[in-house]
Design a protein around this ligand. Structure first.
Ligand SMILES: Nc1ncnc2c1ncn2[C@@H]1O[C@H](COP(=O)(O)OP(=O)(O)OP(=O)(O)O)[C@@H](O)[C@H]1O
Length: 334
């Protein structure tokens, strides 16, 4: 079901939580709403759900205007970060809840709940209570509950926010696979760019209530609309009039650093002399913090451990750096 938001505005007093936001969410997509804290992600999601009322603007689902409809009439499954499970109910009863209030036949409920528990990997947990589950298992139960009533749309507000990094990563991979199986149009709120790049097929970047850019992860990475989008997707340094990512810098002991790509931006940045301020090992990679000798600009390069060892980098060393790639929009006036 395609979701369309047109001209959405929402103010709290003088403050614009949503400032003329228009966005198409394609049928069957997994779209991430990405932005810093307070950028309006949850407000947009809650407006799609019907939990917040817009001051102006129109929301349609599959062409039908749902702007004035209550959440119950929108046919939406919703999962929040701090999921409120019914503590006194078993996993089975939690998942069956929506079907029971819709008065579906018992046999249908049992079959559907079993099927969903299998999908979310909780077969065998039917008779447990929420307190007897891990955080990740509880979130999967929440997803099964949201999916039980066959919603047209699944809305997830930081569903893995409270979990530790490893579980988060496992769950998002799992969610991606689940989405590919059930194909329900899904909108996920996150402030974590790695999470958005990892699982979404479309990302909408919000900043101060405005939509900065919407596109595929590749679009955003290769053709960021502006400096905000580029720096929100990962760390960026300003160097010789360009915005440069740490992986797009090559380091060497001599200035004859070959340039493989011919994009004009990287040519403009050229080869420069720099001082090594710090060398930080990050697992398989090494982050090198540098200062350009001529301009005094600080920048960061991220290189492999092998390259770092071959170069024998030490703090205080004078070395050479070459920018190998700058996205089209990464050129700035100095
Ligand atoms: N009920 C409210 N009353 C007043 N201001 C509100 C209300 N709800 C949200 N806001 C404000 O609107 C802005 C957008 O909030 P929203 O929750 O949409 O942001 P968010 O991008 O989801 O942030 P976070 O990642 O921190 O949850 C924030 O500055 C918030 O303080």
């Amino acid at each position: 079901m395609t979701i369309s938001v047109r001209g959405a505005n929402k103010r709290y007093g003088d403050f614009a939580a949503l400032d003329n936001v228009s966005l198409e969410i394609p049928d069957g997509s997994l779209t991430a709403l990405l932005g810093p804290s307070g950028s309006g992600k949850s407000t947009l999601l809650r407006s799609i759900a019907g939990l917040d009322e817009l001051d102006s603007g129109v929301i349609t689902i599959s062409g039908d205007d749902v702007t004035g409809l209550s959440p119950q009439k929108r046919d939406i499954g919703f999962v929040f970060q701090h999921y409120a499970a019914f503590k006194h109910m078993t996993v089975r009863d939690n998942v069956a809840f929506g079907l029971k209030i819709r008065k579906r036949p018992k046999s249908e409920i049992t079959a559907r709940v079993d099927e969903l528990l299998e999908v979310v990997g909780l077969t065998g947990f039917q008779t447990r209570y929420p307190a007897q589950l891990s955080g990740g298992q509880r979130q999967r139960m929440a997803l099964a509950r949201a999916l039980a009533v066959d919603p047209q749309v699944l809305l997830l507000d930081e569903p893995f926010g409270a979990l530790d990094a490893k579980v988060r990563e496992d769950l998002r991979r799992w969610l991606r696979r689940l989405h590919d199986e059930v194909n329900v149009t899904t909108v996920l709120v996150t402030h974590d760019q790695a999470e958005a790049l990892d699982i979404a097929d479309r990302i909408a970047v919000l900043n101060r209530g405005r939509l900065e850019q919407v596109g595929s992860p590749d679009d955003l990475y290769e053709r960021p609309a502006n400096e905000f989008v580029m720096s929100f997707l990962g760390s960026v340094s300003r160097l010789n009039g360009a915005l440069v990512r740490p992986h797009d810098i090559r380091l060497g002991r001599t200035p004859d650093l070959a340039l493989e790509t011919a994009d004009p931006a990287s040519a403009q940045a050229g080869v420069l002399k720099a001082r090594v301020d710090r060398v930080v090992r990050l697992g398989f990679e090494v982050r090198v913090e540098l200062t350009a000798s001529s301009s005094g600009e600080s920048f960061i390069a991220q290189i492999t451990r092998g390259d770092a060892e071959a170069l024998g980098l030490r703090e205080g060393d004078e070395i050479f750096a070459r920018v190998t790639h700058v996205p089209e929009t990464g050129l700035i006036s100095v």
